[in-house]
Write a new protein. Sequence first.
Length: 277
Amino acid sequence: MASGELDYSLLFRWFVGLGIDDEVWDATVFSKNRDRLIEGEIAARFFAAVRGQLQRSGLLSDEHFTVDGTMLEAWANRRSFREKADPPERGSGHGGKRLLRDTHASRTDPEARLYRKCNAGAAEPCYLGHVLAENDHGLIVGACVTEAGTRAEREAALALLDHAAQGKRRTLGADKQYQERSFVEALRQRAIVPHIAEYERGNLQRNSLREEERHSVGFLQSQRKRKLVEQSFAWIKHWAGFRQVKLRSRKRVEWLFQIAAAAYNLVRMTRLLAPAV
């Protein structure tokens, strides 16, 4: 939103608490206060308040969840990456192999990493946005942003579950990126039934589900519910401006991502609670 829109729009003025004759602040004032909001974890509190409202409305499931991650294109360019002055001796790859993200960093956003989810695409500077959604209505119960990496999705999923999913009997649906033995075991230790998509050929040895998990009715239902998370990602990227994030540093990107997740929940809630016509 430009300052000009805030100047003439009564709706925008009401939303930010400005009177009809109040002077609109300039960009430097906004930037200064934005840093204060980030340090005060206002986005996390706002998200928690919205989630609490959803809970009181009876819209949230406390048993069945889906987790997924998406690439968030950083405000950086591949040409901005330069070799680090002191790269680590042990890298973040398999067996300590040094990868490009270990030896090079962007001058414009040092926390952004070159990453790709599949071999078909080119590595781009990005972060990973992670969402934990309940399966009844696809509402987001946990959201965070991490640096891009091969283990980031699974580590973020466990952190979100520990913080947001506190049901008696829980299930977790996810795609093949989460099909790893240590992650599945970590779910079982938390009394969470894994409903993780499995490899059909080539990497069958990576499948870790038990027969009762693989052939249960709940497994098929969890896999069908995965599309709800994709819908939240589509909304956040299209309507909340996350096609390319215009903020730098993981902390700032996460701040905006949590606000976007809360906004998505509010939009969904108004539709779910709207009286039938």
